[in-house]
Ligand binder design. Structure first.
Ligand code: ZN
Length: 208
């Protein structure tokens, strides 16, 4: 009984297998035909990454110039930007300095892997005291302005990544627009009148 039933069962299974394969094949053909009717520009729009910039991001720079630098000034720091936007060519030159080009290593970020390349980073120094300043305090002030520090290995570096990884920047993703934490800030910069501790208190800013 078993010897006769065995091959018959296998035959039925093989038939089912071919039918399933045929249905699957028809399905794939139908999907491919459907996809060919989607306009090409619609596909490219969905996957189009943000183009590489050629200057600082204006919204990030506004946050630096109207919040970070003025608030730091309230606390006695005269910050000067030493480096902002870097093109891929600039970053390439910097990255190979100390590696294949003579000089000291100045960056660990390969071309396209620094937020300077996307206009979302600045390096700062105190005009009078140089780098001998309270960086921990500046990190707190930066955080109030929605900026992040480069960390222990890169204290003068401040950037805005809003939770994005560097790879996401490479893929074309960008942070959302920031707004100033204190509405008087833009007016103070526009009228060249310095931001004051009184302004910050009125805005409910924390003590730094
Ligand atoms: Zn930097």
């Amino acid at each position: 009984m078993d010897e006769k039933a065995g091959p018959r069962v296998r035959g039925i299974n093989r038939g089912k297998y071919y039918r399933r394969f045929f249905v699957f094949f028809i399905l794939i053909v139908a999907i491919c035909m459907g996809a060919s009717f989607i306009p090409v520009n619609r596909i490219s729009l969905v996957h189009k990454p943000a183009p590489l910039p050629t200057a600082m991001n204006p919204n990030f720079l506004m946050q630096v110039n109207n919040c970070f630098i003025p608030v730091a000034a309230v606390y006695g720091y005269t910050l000067r930007i030493t480096d902002g936007f870097r093109s891929i060519a600039d970053q390439t030159r910097m990255y190979y300095q100390g590696r294949t080009i003579n000089g000291h290593i100045v960056t660990e970020a390969p071309p396209g892997h620094s937020l300077h390349n996307y206009g979302y980073a600045v390096d700062v120094v105190d005009r009078y005291r140089g780098y001998n300043i309270d960086w921990a305090k500046l990190v707190k002030i930066a955080a109030y302005c929605s900026l992040e520090s480069g960390g222990v290995g890169d204290l003068p570096h401040f950037e805005e990544r809003a939770g994005l990884t560097t790879d996401q920047f490479v893929l074309g993703m960008r942070p959302p627009l920031l707004t100033l934490p204190c509405t008087v800030m833009a007016g103070r910069t526009a009228s060249s009148s310095p931001l004051t501790l009184k302004d910050l208190n009125a805005c409910g800013a924390p003590k730094f």
